[in-house]
Design a protein around this ligand. Structure first.
Ligand code: SF4
Length: 288
């Protein structure tokens, strides 16, 4: 089955996808990737903490008090995870405190968003503890796996907002973000999650790409063109994996300049050797 991230990777550079998935050459972790990974982990862990935080609310609280409750829990989680990655941070010359400050900006936004939901619900329904958690929506789930044999796709959704009768998948992204809309690969990724959920019988009014550095949540709606594009891409990726013919270099030098696999990708002898070892054709498939 083809994963949502493979579809997005194919759009970025087919050759890179081939080098990683077929030749099994691993991209060395770059600074941005390490920082992104830490931030993802912190967000996942805070999502998991939601149930505990909400169940701990046993009396009416002001929005300020709810925010403080979230802050206390989230600070602990962020500091713990950053500390667990201190060696990786050292390797990329990032101080733990600077990593924390960076993450905290987006965590604060998330805290405000969730505190708003909890405060509104508390004021309206006047229920507390376990009952509050059971009744409140949306509930937040992280890292949920879905697949569809019919569509030949699978994916792990970063964050799922679970409402009473519908779901909203959210893809968390760090790093560069477009002025408006979302990058093409991100559109395909979130579109794939929406399709997966629909295939699993869920209602999905829209999906969200959350650019953490911009602090912006951008909504994506399903449409027939996006559906078709995902289907065509899935077939292309499957073909690439089946035929095992190495694609040509991508045509955008800006991508190669920041690519962690550039050294291996341009080392013709090394690539030749790898293809030989795996008994794969050396034919280069040129972009059309
Ligand atoms: S260096 Fe360029 S062509 Fe090679 S894998 Fe990276 S992005 Fe693709």
């Amino acid at each position: 089955m083809i994963s949502a991230s493979m579809l997005s990777a194919y759009l970025y550079c087919k050759r890179k996808l081939f080098i990683e998935r077929v030749l099994k050459i691993i991209e060395p972790e770059k600074k941005a990737v390490i920082l992104g990974k830490i931030r993802h982990l912190i967000f996942d862990r805070t999502n998991e903490e939601e149930e505990k935080i909400i169940k701990s609310i046993e009396k009416p609280m002001s929005k300020f008090e709810i925010i403080e409750t979230y802050k206390k829990n989230y600070t602990k989680i962020a500091k713990k995870i950053i500390f667990e990655h201190k060696n990786e941070l050292k390797k990329i010359n990032v101080e733990m405190i600077n990593c924390y400050k960076d993450v905290w900006k987006s965590l604060l936004q998330e805290i405000e968003f969730r505190a708003d939901i909890v405060h509104d619900f508390l004021s309206r329904e006047k229920v507390f503890g376990t009952e509050l958690f059971e009744k409140i929506t949306p509930k937040i789930k992280s890292e949920k796996y879905f697949e569809s044999e019919k569509l030949n796709i699978k994916g792990i959704i970063d964050k799922l907002e679970v409402f009473e009768d519908y779901l909203i998948p959210v893809e968390l992204k760090t790093g560069k973000f477009p002025k408006e809309g979302v990058w093409p690969g991100h559109m395909i990724q979130i579109g794939t999650y929406m399709l997966l959920l629909e295939e699993n019988g869920k209602k999905v009014p829209h999906g969200i790409v959350y650019y953490l550095d911009a602090g912006e949540k951008r909504e994506i709606f399903m449409n027939p063109f996006l559906k078709e594009e995902i289907k065509e891409l899935t077939d292309k990726v499957q073909k690439l994996l089946n035929e095992k013919k190495i694609p040509d270099f991508c045509t955008e030098s800006a991508k190669c300049n920041v690519c962690g696999l550039k050294k291996s990708c341009y080392a013709e002898n090394y690539i030749e050797q790898k293809l030989k070892e795996l008994e794969l054709p050396r034919t280069v498939v040129t972009e059309k």
